[in-house]
Design a protein around this ligand. Structure first.
Ligand code: 16G
Ligand code: MG
Length: 570
């Protein structure tokens, strides 16, 4: 690969001119190859896409060029960071016809913001500008093109994913990158692989077997201690959204079957991906998925299409549906971690990170009953993840079920030591914490890992799903969408809890909120759909519904609503 790449201070107008300036044969060949291969993955005319909170996402048939180009970009990012970079082909909870792609940074985290901009720039470049854009990015980021590059690739079960991941591989290869194609993986499994590879195996083995073994060993160790729970045979119904989670859970289940028996539904054998099932469906419709029969008080959970989200639920004896969302998961986990720390006698700083969507009751419970500090960030995993890294132990969850817990290296070491040095009860608690640390996927929120953590905690504490649910009662809430001409007219501050523009909107919301008890409302432009989202909560469902409707009207009037005015009633 031409090492002189990126050394030219001025970016010449044409590739030919540039080749003459920096001179050489190899370059000719590489540029020729990029042009040739790029033409095989041509960008549809006029298509503009943006790397959003979850990477690129749209109809699968529009994504071939994006995949090829993200292969190229992953090579540049790998050369710059001198690390393995991940590329995941998935559109998570979107319909089966869609697809998407996101890049995974060296420690398994989301791509750095400046590179999200490069991704958008590269994805939207016209064919003839491709070389120049690549040079531009390399120069801006001081990429040493002689550096080796390594990219790992994973994909979900969508019919379009295999071909699209081949396009990523084409992009990687044409820029001289090495790659490993993991084939079918959940999104968090790919994050795990990247993290393992860049930490010299200290985090775990970068194989699917390594993932299964690490998590299952920790889980079985934990549940062995749970004999006191009285629940001899623990079982759980899992709705896999007809996605990759089914495949991977089926592969994994015999590793942990000593501690838990899982019954899989919507396993992809007949239904359509994410159709009337999965975590997103259950959370947004507040009802159980199709294709799963639920007896009263049975513990159930749903994954989303790429298995990075999880929610729990059950039917009570009267047939009422109860959803246990990310907020209650965070509460269960942080309470348990705090109890273990007290038992061990360690005063580590533990923090819970939420977004504005967290139910007010969860925040109150954590702060006032659990005495755990709670922080609020903007929506999107990367914001929560970064905030959680500031603590010795940071637990983060979005209400929609995206989340995990992070432990600082110092904490991990301390706990390992305690597990060896302390005596009796303290030692037992330290051992438990050591296993819990291993059971979390610290690279990304992971439905499989979170499920096992939750199951272990319930077993250890002898809690039923109803007892867990009863920790606090969610405040009634309502979410609505409003169509506006340009959702960018809404800007927010204070972790999206207050609107800065358009003028007068926040004042209007404040006045409306005052009319109801225990009420709260906010609006924000969606990062994934062309709509403005409205959230309201209050002391009764009726009040929450009214408030949400009134706030929608304020958005419609003050932020350029289009189409029909928001109507009351749901
Ligand atoms: C993306 C985010 C998710 C967030 C959602 C909000 C990641 C991996 N995913 O799916 O965390 O809750 O967007 O969507 O960050 P919205 O902006 O349309 O409300
Ligand atoms: Mg997902």
């Amino acid at each position: 690969m031409g090492g002189e790449w990126g050394q030219s201070a001025i970016c010449p107008e044409s590739a030919q001119e540039w080749t003459i300036q920096v001179g050489q044969h190899l370059l000719d060949m590489d540029l020729g190859a990029i042009t040739k291969y790029s033409a095989l993955h041509a960008k549809p005319n006029g298509l503009i896409l943006q790397y959003g909170t979850a990477g690129f996402r749209t109809k699968a048939e529009h994504l071939d060029h994006v995949m090829f180009r993200m292969g190229l970009l992953a090579v540049l990012r790998s050369k710059q960071t001198k690390s393995t970079i991940g590329v995941m082909v998935t559109a998570s909870h979107n319909p089966e016809e869609d697809n998407g792609v996101k890049l995974v940074d060296p420690l398994g985290e989301m791509l750095a913001p400046s590179w999200e901009e490069h991704a958008t720039y590269l994805a939207n470049a016209e064919e003839q500008d491709m070389q120049r854009v690549l040079i531009d990015i390399s120069e801006k980021e001081a990429v040493n093109l002689q550096q080796d590059a390594f990219v790992v690739i994973g994909r979900d079960t969508r019919p379009s994913s295999e071909k699209l991941s081949q396009s990523v591989i084409d992009g990687v290869t044409v820029l001289g990158g090495q790659f490993h194609d993991y084939g079918l993986l959940t999104t968090p499994q790919l994050h795990y692989m990247v993290y393992c590879r860049n930490t010299g195996g200290r985090y775990g083995k970068a194989t699917i077997e390594g993932y299964y073994q690490k998590l299952s060993k920790a889980f079985v160790e934990l549940t062995k201690q749970a004999s006191c729970s009285g629940d001899e045979y623990r079982s759980l119904k899992v709705d896999c959204a007809n996605g990759i989670g089914a495949l991977k859970l089926r592969e994994m289940e015999h590793y942990f079957s000593q501690g838990l028996s899982v019954q899989l539904f919507n396993d992809g054998s007949k239904g359509k991906l994410n159709h009337l099932c999965g975590a997103d469906f259950v959370k947004s419709h507040q009802k159980p998925p199709q294709g799963m029969e639920i007896k009263s008080n049975e513990r159930c959970c749903s994954f989303d299409g790429d298995a990075d989200r999880i929610v729990y639920y059950y039917h009570d004896a009267d047939g009422h549906f109860h959803l246990i969302d990310g907020d209650k998961i965070a509460t269960l986990i942080s309470s348990f971690l705090k109890e273990l720390l007290v038992e061990i006698g360690e005063s580590l700083n533990i923090g819970v990170v939420q977004t504005a969507y967290a139910n007010g009751s969860s925040t109150r419970y954590l702060e006032e009953v659990m005495k755990v500090p709670v922080y609020c960030t903007k929506t999107g995993v990367k914001h929560l993840h970064h905030k959680a890294q500031e603590f010795d132990i940071g637990v983060y969850f979005e209400a929609n079920g995206h989340g995990t817990a992070l432990f600082s290296t110092a904490v991990e070491m301390k706990i390992k030591q305690s597990a060896e040095q302390l005596e009796d009860k303290k030692r037992k608690a330290a051992k438990m914490l050591e296993n819990i640390i291993d059971l979390f996927n610290q690279a990304a929120g992971d439905a499989i890992s979170d499920m096992l953590v939750i199951e272990a905690i319930l077993a250890l504490k002898g809690l039923t799903v109803q007892q867990w649910d009863a920790l606090y009662t969610d405040l009634p809430n309502r979410q609505l969408k409003v169509q506006v001409a340009d959702r960018r007219v809404i800007s927010t501050t204070n972790a999206e809890r207050q609107a800065v523009t358009p003028p007068g909107l926040q004042e209007a919301i404040n006045d409306l909120v005052k009319k109801y008890k225990l009420s709260r409302a906010f609006v924000r432009p969606s990062g994934t759909e062309d709509v403005v989202r409205v959230y309201a909560e209050a002391d009764s469902q009726e009040s929450a519904d009214h408030l949400a409707h009134e706030v929608s009207l304020a958005v419609f009037q003050l932020a350029g609503g289009i189409g029909e005015r928001p109507q009351p009633g749901f």
